[in-house]
Design a protein around this ligand. Sequence first.
Ligand code: ADE
Length: 277
Amino acid sequence: MRLDVVTIFPEYLEPLNVSLVGKARARGQLDVRVHDLRAWTYDRHNTVDDTPYGGGPGMVMKTEPWGDALDSVLADGYEAGSHAPALIVPTPSGRPFTQELAVELSERPWLVFTPARYEGIDRRVIDEYATRMPVYEVSIGDYVLAGGEAAVLVVTEAVARLLPGVLGNAESHRDDSFAPGAMANLLEGPVYTKPPEWRGRGVPDLLLSGHHGKIARWRRDEALRRTAANRPDLIETCDPKAFDKKDREMLSILGWAPDPEGEPYGRFWRRPEGMEQ
Ligand code: ADE
């Protein structure tokens, strides 16, 4: 997979040289190229921004540097044999970046990222490239960063670990929280390793029992417990067919019940305080 990043802070992307992404690059599984947007400015001050039409605070990134940069990066990639680029535009106004989108992007051969500073990029740039390739405007969460570079790191890492051969174990992402196609999206529960006792704290006995069936059930119960506490929305939107008898027992203990008026029938909701089981 080829990745291009155009930014005014190339040094911000240094983390792409370390850990999982760095190793994938070293092995030749990822071809990452970081470009300085200011290389496509031609004035004394290397200007990349200007005041917004219509007034208002902040600055807007100019069309010309982005247009010239993207034309040049795309031409270079095609020349090197890459094909089917997709433009990834990090912005708090984008669609939420999810595991499902990470899987979709991991199946593309070439991603071009345009992290912006200031109030964003002149809209005409995105509209122009959208006539030539798929454009994904993505937000990594409901908060505003000073620029899109950190979002590029997030998206890159989520995508890179899905590439064949990047994570040692091909099975490893099947059980990820949020793996697409899972019956229920549950958060993963707690994990433990040696030593069996640390500062007076033990490990749940069951995990040392070697009883695989019981361990799987315990893990599922802990996943339900954690999801109910931290992401009740995932339980509420889950198709009730995803919950087996034991799940339902656990959910009941946690204060959840099927809602006969839920859509689809029997979707779970949290019993109001004080309401009996
Ligand atoms: N740029 C600024 N904030 C962002 C966010 N939440 N997601 C993606 N890009 C951004």
